[in-house]
Design a protein around this ligand. Structure first.
Ligand SMILES: *[C@@H]1O[C@H](CO)[C@@H](O)[C@H](O)[C@H]1NC(C)=O
Ligand SMILES: *[C@@H]1O[C@H](CO)[C@@H](O)[C@H](O)[C@H]1NC(C)=O
Ligand SMILES: *[C@@H]1O[C@H](CO)[C@@H](O)[C@H](O)[C@H]1NC(C)=O
Ligand SMILES: *[C@@H]1O[C@H](CO)[C@@H](O)[C@H](O)[C@H]1NC(C)=O
Ligand SMILES: *[C@@H]1O[C@H](CO)[C@@H](O)[C@H](O)[C@H]1NC(C)=O
Ligand SMILES: *[C@@H]1O[C@H](CO)[C@@H](O)[C@H](O)[C@H]1NC(C)=O
Ligand SMILES: *[C@@H]1O[C@H](CO)[C@@H](O)[C@H](O)[C@H]1NC(C)=O
Ligand SMILES: *[C@@H]1O[C@H](CO)[C@@H](O)[C@H](O)[C@H]1NC(C)=O
Length: 608
């Protein structure tokens, strides 16, 4: 993970990078910061490249990287496949070497299209006087753009700050729809910015030719190159087939307490579930191995710290990641399971218990001053409870592993303080109530400061794992959300499969940029195994009814394939939990105004 930033001025004046943006970039890349500035007199422009590196594996490679021809490269990504990176080599260097050899635009696109893994890049091609930039096919790394009101400068950055002043620079996410090329020469000479987009496109599909977005002044026209050059996506298109075989329909009409084991009696089904486990396991392996500290493991044999943490609700998505991580992480290395809970106010707690008709003596509803025991129960939110149950399952399955179940309790005061100081800037430019809830929950979870309860009592724990696995992408691909059921009821399989294709297409702008900024702020790297290229390719090739069967009841039919995988991996109860969205599971949504809609603009995110 790195923080990368680029500024160009089309005047002779030097480029300015606001100090507070620079600070945010350093949070993402604490191990090494470097700037390169260049000033060109014909055509007139000056640039600032700023790179902030988080050291993940191999030897530390400072950025920006400069090659012998004066090309400059900023890379915020990980090569997990596609290009060969030897154990002694560094991916940043390998990609720059490849880019340096490119003779024309299509060469550049072909280098980038080969990479498997998340990335955002900025690349200055000196001889051409141009800047290339963009994000990977899913948009797993953040990149924002903005330009000043006089249109004399243009900026790109992994992260920004949000200012209430409407005059101030206005940042937007760079849409992850392709790779862009800004021609500095013509932009400088005639003031008409020449920005070209080379869209991501599948070889078998009509390349897209119509994009709309905000963020750039309307006077900057963005062109899609008329040579119809595009960047090839290796991900197959989603299987839109909706002709279910009878067998499936019959299964659906059966008993509602239907037994997942019944499905696994079919050899074909087992084979498919086995293939799915295979690709997902490989995706997890690539994301948990080859971490820097493994080389120096000898140094901390007594008090080993986890290298990998998982955002852990105890739900099926995170349980499967934990089981697969367990298969690939050395047996004597702990794994941190990060579980976040927001404190229920006593008044609200009261309402919740009453609503549910609870009448427990041990909750926070006592009129008298609550004891410590009762206070702590205010954090017993749904995700905490399923988290503990999930922990027990993991312990049964892999008793020798040290599982650090980190209980992260967040009070309303701390939430308010951190939102204002840090989180609102990271969530920006996204701005809804949902972005606020999830952004805050993920930020506190990824920070990893909490307590671990052991037989000997409770102890403070701060997770130092640099890799944070998240389960994002499972619900979008396997129809895990309740909205999928609604869509299925209203428009059948056809509607459902269209909904899934649409959601996968917009996952960068809905989730990934935000989550990358929020997790990266701790000097940690978010990794998304469910969005591995091979996993998505596998799932895209399957017809919808193999992934989910919404004729079956809640807790069974959604993410059916994942539930079957969980059974095969030896999981029990967690395989049958219905989806609970993080904002409800952690109860952060309950802290706030309950009359808000998730899609409303969030007033709390506006900084003063
Ligand atoms: C990178 O920076 C982090 C945070 O400052 C520090 O904990 C870590 O040891 C550094 N890693 C290396 C390899 O210098
Ligand atoms: C890079 O430039 C920014 C903005 O001018 C400055 O704040 C920062 O200190 C510089 N960093 C280094 C390592 O020189
Ligand atoms: C390359 O170097 C950067 C910066 O030191 C580091 O973050 C990255 O993990 C390295 N990659 C490989 C494959 O060694
Ligand atoms: C489109 O791309 C081709 C190939 O790289 C290039 O030769 C051509 O000049 C570009 N067209 C425009 C209008 O920029
Ligand atoms: C499906 O069920 C119907 C009756 O409910 C039965 O006639 C048919 O043979 C079944 N099909 C399969 C493939 O089991
Ligand atoms: C339906 O469920 C009930 C209770 O769970 C069970 O006893 C019965 O055998 C099931 N019927 C079928 C056809 O599976
Ligand atoms: C956090 O909440 C849990 C209940 O889920 C409780 O057991 C624990 O004591 C709390 N820890 C702190 C430090 O408040
Ligand atoms: C879609 O799934 C169906 C049923 O398994 C299969 O026959 C077909 O080949 C698949 N299509 C694609 C494009 O993968």
């Amino acid at each position: 993970m790195c923080g990368i930033c680029f500024v160009v001025n089309f005047t002779a004046s030097p480029c300015i990078l606001q100090e507070n943006v620079c600070k945010k970039l350093r949070n993402r890349g604490p191990n090494c910061s470097k700037n390169i500035t260049i000033t060109i007199s014909d055509p007139v422009y000056s640039c600032l490249f700023s790179g902030h590196v988080l050291h993940m594996r191999g030897s530390l490679t400072p950025q920006p990287l400069l090659d012998a021809d004066g090309n400059i490269f900023l890379w915020n990504g990980e090569v997990f496949g596609g290009l060969t990176v030897g154990t002694k080599e560094n991916d940043t260097e390998i990609i720059l070497q490849q880019l340096s050899l490119c003779k024309c635009n299509s060469d550049i696109l072909s280098v980038l299209s080969q990479v498997k893994g998340p990335w955002a890049i900025i690349y200055y091609q000196k001889a051409e006087h141009c800047i290339w930039f963009g994000r990977d096919f899913f948009g797993r790394r953040s990149l924002l753009w903005s330009c000043d009101s006089e249109q004399s400068s243009f900026m790109l950055s992994s992260v920004s700050i949000c200012l209430p002043n409407p005059e101030s620079v206005h940042w937007q996410e760079v849409p992850a729809v392709g790779v862009y090329r800004l021609d500095l020469k013509s932009s400088s000479q005639d003031g008409n910015w020449k920005l070209e987009l080379y869209p991501w496109a599948h070889p078998d599909a009509e390349p897209p030719n119509d994009f709309t977005w905000e963020g750039l002044p309307s006077s900057i026209s963005l062109m899609i190159n008329n040579s119809r050059l595009f960047i090839t996506s290796l991900i197959p298109l989603m299987n839109m087939s909706i002709t279910t075989p009878n067998l499936e329909l019959n299964l659906s009409s059966q008993n509602s307490s239907c037994d997942l084991k019944e499905f696994l009696k079919s050899a074909e089904k087992r084979e498919m579930v086995g293939s799915f486990i295979g690709v997902l396991s490989e995706a997890v392996r690539r994301r948990v191995q080859c971490l820097p500290l493994q080389d120096t493991a000898a140094q901390d044999t007594n008090n080993k710290a986890a290298h990998v943490a998982i955002l852990f609700s105890g739900g099926i998505d995170s349980m499967i990641l934990a089981v697969l991580a367990d298969h690939h992480i050395p047996a004597d290395r702990p794994v941190d399971l990060l579980n976040v809970a927001f404190k229920l106010q006593e008044l609200k707690m009261n309402q919740v218990s009453r609503k549910k008709g609870h009448n427990q003596k041990k909750d926070c509803t006592n009129a008298d001053a609550p004891s410590d025991q009762q206070k702590s129960n205010c954090f017993d939110v749904p995700d905490r409870i399923t988290g503990r149950a999930g922990l027990q399952e993991l312990k049964n399955l892999s008793p020798a592993r040290k599982w650090n179940f980190v209980e992260i309790n967040v009070t309303q005061e701390e939430l308010k303080e951190m939102r204002e100081k840090r989180i609102s800037h990271l969530v920006h430019p996204l701005d809804t109530v949902l972005d606020d809830s999830i952004g805050c929950a993920v930020w506190f979870a990824a920070r990893g400061v909490g307590i671990i309860s052991e037989e000997a009592g409770q102890r403070q724990h701060t997770s130092t794992a640099k890799v944070v696995l998240t389960g994002i992408g499972a619900d979008e691909q396997l129809a895990g959300y309740s909205r999928h059921r609604i869509r299925f009821k209203s428009s059948g399989l056809e509607g459902l499969v269209k909904e899934l294709a649409m959601e996968l297409g917009r996952i960068s702008s809905r989730n990934l940029g935000r989550d990358d900024r929020v997790i990266g702020d701790h000097g940690k790297e978010a990794r998304f195994p469910y969005l591995d290229e091979d996993v998505v390719s596998f799932l895209n090739s399957l017809p919808i009814w193999e992934k989910a069967n919404l004729f079956l009841p809640r807790g069974v039919g959604e993410k059916l394939l994942l539930r079957l995988a969980a059974m095969e991996l030896g999981l029990g109860a967690s395989a049958l939990l219905p989806k609970r969205a993080m904002q409800f599971g952690s109860r952060i949504a309950k802290l706030e105004n309950t009359h808000e809609k998730a899609s409303d603009k969030c007033k709390r995110l506006v900084t003063s």
